[in-house]
Design a protein around this ligand. Structure first.
Ligand code: AMP
Length: 215
């Protein structure tokens, strides 16, 4: 089950990937997470990519492709994987085709207004990183972290104007990739405007239909 997940920031792609990854025992590989971890560790790779990631610029293709190639060659990827945040350029998509054969590309869609509503309710704990939502996952005491008692904050990235701008950048970046996979007949669109549990069930229905998981 070799999958690529594509979707705008704030659509919940990470949540869906985590659910499918845990249930079916395949790794969730996010190139953004890999880079952030390497930067935090201060590794050689981390030092090479830090400047790009800090500025929100694309890391050069050669570096990203090498990282993904190495990650996909690890034993835990034998049964499959979910790629998240990769490919982001046509060169990366073509390189991925050289590395392996992708079974399906899931494109998560929802109206921008729904994404804004979801994201603007998000609150995070600046101390321990716990994530809440005022409507769907409220803390026991408003604005206070259940885990460590710190006062919760709203990320600047989650403000409507920033979400709109990131959505535009997402469209510019991913439209060629989406078209690439549509032409190959691998693209499946998933309506992500419902609650996370329902979206995950819809993904499972799709994977069954494609014969990638059993009934
Ligand atoms: P993300 O968490 O997917 O938004 O990724 C965070 C940052 O990592 C991006 O802003 C880029 O700087 C870098 N990055 C992640 N994936 C890629 C990729 N496939 N190609 C180039 N840069 C990437």
């Amino acid at each position: 089950m070799k999958l690529v997940f594509i979707g705008p920031p704030g659509i919940g792609k990470g949540t869906y990937a985590k659910a499918i990854s845990q249930k079916y025992g395949i790794p969730h590989i996010s190139t953004g997470d890999i880079f952030r971890e390497e930067i935090a560790k201060g590794s050689e790779l981390g030092r090479r990519v830090k400047e790009y990631v800090d500025k929100g610029l694309l890391v050069p293709d050669e570096i990203v492709i090498e990282v993904v190639k190495r990650r996909l060659s690890q034993p835990d990827c034998a049964k499959g994987f979910i790629l998240d945040g990769f490919p982001r350029t046509l060169r990366q998509a073509e390189a991925l085709d050289q590395i392996t054969r992708i079974d399906a590309v899931l494109l998560f869609n929802a109206p921008l207004e729904i994404i804004i509503e979801r994201v603007s309710g998000r609150r995070i704990c600046p101390n321990c990183g716990a994530i809440y939502h005022v409507k769907w996952r409220p803390p026991k005491t408003p604005d206070v972290c259940d885990v460590c008692g710190a006062r919760l904050i709203k990320r600047r990235d989650d403000e409507p104007d920033v979400v709109r701008r990131r959505y535009e950048i997402y469209l510019q970046t991913f439209t060629p990739i989406i078209e690439y996979y549509r032409r190959k007949g691998l693209l499946v669109e998933v309506d992500a405007s419902h609650e996370a549990e329902e979206v995950v069930m819809e993904i499972e229905r799709i994977l069954k239909r494609l014969g990638l998981i059993k009934e």
